[in-house]
Design a protein around this ligand. Sequence first.
Ligand code: PNS
Length: 167
Amino acid sequence: MNRVVCPGSFDPITFGHLDIIERASRLFDEVVIAVLVNQTKSSLFTVEERMEMIREVTAGYKNVKVDSWSGLLVDYCETNEIPVIVKGLRAVTDFDYELQMSQINLQLKGIETLFMSTAPAHSFLSSSLVKEIASYDGDVSSYIPEPLVGRLRERLALVKSTRVNQG
Ligand code: PNS
């Protein structure tokens, strides 16, 4: 069976991620979406919340599973016998970082990375931008699935009110 992992922080999952996942699900027998920790980012949602949102919006895909891992991605791959990572590339700005990650993952445990080019309609999209737009009450309904829009607004409002209360 051809199993691949689509790793990421997914904070929250966007239509850009879903495009890659959907296309990968047509190419491979099973796609595991793995929510991992990116130490360079602070997250708005807990890992459990992110998994729950991903499960909700990928429920229609029978060969897509959702999981999480708090260690190295290559250790996840080795433990779960998944030899291939699939990642989306939006633009050249992604390339340096993704190349470095793919090379280190190959060197650490022989795990291969396949890159899929993001559909042009999503090439500018990132979870960070979506959060920034929503934090200024901008419309993010074209960027994340409808059930997540309200959750994102609620979480941002909570964060804002916590900050105000803390002075
Ligand atoms: O969606 P992101 O934030 O671009 O995803 C990056 C992620 C989470 C896939 C990456 O940071 C990662 O693999 N984290 C787990 C730790 C790890 O294996 N790091 C790479 C080798 S140093």
